[in-house]
Design a protein around this ligand. Structure first.
Ligand code: TXE
Length: 482
């Protein structure tokens, strides 16, 4: 059987990599190769950048209304191909098909629509300097930009980056993760059908260290928007900063989920199950450190563990599956090694803790039981490092000061969740948390207009809404003497 080849999309065409080298693409639920990915290098990136450079004058000077119409048609293309995209997202990543249908694909379409319409409503500023002068500020698209996206929410985060870049008038060279390239490939077919002008979006597939690095290093790529691991983010910053490229980095998290004794217990437990194990815990916003006020601790642990054990780990295509496969064998081994580390650090595994062997189609897939660990302190590595899998720790705390200190005790600062029915406390504690996003009595509730991003080692810059559109533009002030 000949396997599908995931081709690059350069200058409006789907083409092979110059080297004609290919990487195996695994279906993580089966542990089997199911397609081949272009193993692109700097030659492919150079072609993509050249195409983007040529397309820039046309795209950036097109009226916002026309750009908006094209991007809206792409969003309709996502809607038309909903079933195929959801299936591909599940096959590539291992996530339940149900989740891909409920979250990834609708949100990918929403990203395109949101930025397509946002550009119709931008404003510019003017400042009058007494009776002497009038200043006005104009923004213009940055130029050719690089968008590098990860494997956990493949199409969702790919569109989260390219939509504002394209809407702002930039032309793009994008690289999806080599672990989950299929939906971006299908997306490029939608772009061709829709008539997106050639060279406006170019997608180069391949390894981060080769194709990704070549995008970062290319002198004509003037801005980089990256989502991925903190270690990779540091490397990208080290390469791009001396070239004075504009950088937006969305990196890892080790997010606290803070549960006060006065919370709505049912809501806190049920949402905490989602914020711990959705997408197999492979969401940078998952609350992997649960801290519970001592009077509620025992009751919370019992109920949380009971519900964790009831979660169905299974074939991602099955309707009742709540937890699918981890994205790769290497990642599964990393997650399992953290469970071992937790035990060495004195942790008590009270739910899960092991790899699962399923039967049938998924017998060789990368499945790990949802895992709950108790008895660790806040400083241990298990509680400091990002695991990015279905593994949470639960610890007790005493009062607000304790909660804030524990919550802020890691090098990360992406998101935090807070459960309390006390309004003043909700405000007070939120103001002291060193996190870019704080959810009170909810989780993952997103309004695309709000700024999104992390503090500390969770990244620099803010994406979402106007922040993203501003990132992809440069501004100048024009001062006219009256
Ligand atoms: O991600 P990488 P990895 C965290 C999570 C995970 C860890 C490592 O803890 O276990 O990161 O995951 C591209 N120049 N997150 O190694 O390497 C790569 O090809 C340019 C959190 O799989 O960061 C892919 O497209 N690009 C996270 C993208 O970077 C490079 C989501 C992300 O891959 C590159 C994913 C380079 N030198 C992992 N090296 C989140 N914040 O949501 C790699 N890439």
């Amino acid at each position: 059987m000949t396997m599908e080849k995931i081709l690059n999309y350069i200058d409006g065409k789907l083409i092979k990599p110059v080297s004609d080298h290919w990487i195996d693409n695994y279906n993580p639920a089966e542990g089997e190769i199911y397609s081949h990915i272009a193993d692109s290098d700097e030659k492919d990136v150079a072609m993509a950048v050249e195409a983007a450079r040529k397309a820039f004058p046309i795209w950036s000077e097109m009226s916002a209304f026309d750009r908006s119409n094209i991007l809206l048609k792409i969003s309709e293309g996502i809607d038309r191909n909903f079933e195929a995209l959801a299936k591909a997202e599940s096959e590539d990543n291992g996530k339940p098909l149900k989740l891909a249908k409920a979250m990834d694909i609708p949100r990918a379409s929403a990203n395109m629509r949101f930025f397509a319409t946002a550009i119709l409503h931008t404003e510019t500023q003017a400042h009058q300097t007494d009776q002497q002068a009038i200043n006005y500020t104009v923004r213009s698209p940055l130029g050719v930009v690089g968008c590098i996206s990860p494997w956990n929410l493949p199409l969702y985060l790919f569109t989260w980056k390219i939509a504002p870049a394209l809407a702002a008038g930039c032309t793009v060279v994008a690289k999806p993760s080599e672990l989950t390239p299929m939906t971006a490939f299908l997306f490029t077919k939608i772009c061709i059908e829709t008539g997106l002008p050639s060279g406006v979006l170019n997608v180069v597939h391949g390894l981060g260290s080769k194709a990704g690095q070549a995008i970062i290093e290319h002198p004509d790529v003037v801005g980089i928007s990256f989502t991925g691991g903190t270690v990779t983010g540091k490397k990208i910053a080290a390469t791009a900063a001396p070239m004075f490229k504009k950088l937006s980095l969305e990196l890892g998290g080790k997010n606290p989920n803070i549960i006060f004794a006065d919370c709505d217990f049912e809501q806190a437990v049920s949402t905490s199950i989602s914020s711990s194990f959705s997408n197999q815990g492979e969401i940078c916003l998952c609350g992997s450190r649960i801290i519970v006020e001592r009077p509620l601790y025992q009751k919370f642990v019992e109920e949380f563990v009971r519900r964790t054990k009831a979660l169905v780990v299974g074939d991602p295509f099955e309707e009742e599956t709540r937890v699918g496969a981890l994205v790769s064998e290497a990642h599964m081994k990393k997650v399992l090694s953290y469970i071992d580390l937790a035990k060495q650090e004195g942790g008590e595994v009270v739910a899960g803790g092991n790899q699962i062997r399923l039967e049938g189609r998924c017998k060789d897939g990368y499945f790990v039981q949802p895992t709950v660990i108790l008895g660790l302190d806040h400083q241990c590595r298990t509680n400091q490092e990002e695991i990015f899998g279905p593994v949470v720790t639960i610890m007790p705390f005493d009062g607000e000061e304790d909660a804030i200190a524990f919550a802020n005790s890691t090098a990360y600062g992406l998101s935090a969740t807070l459960w309390t029915e006390n309004l003043k406390r909700a405000h007070r504690v939120s103001h002291h948390l060193k996190s870019g996003i704080i959810w009170v009595n909810c989780w993952l509730l997103r309004d695309l207009r709000t700024p999104f991003g992390g503090m500390k080692q969770s990244g620099v810059g803010r994406e979402g809404g106007w922040e993203a559109l501003r990132f992809f533009t440069e501004q100048k002030n024009i001062c006219i003497k009256l």
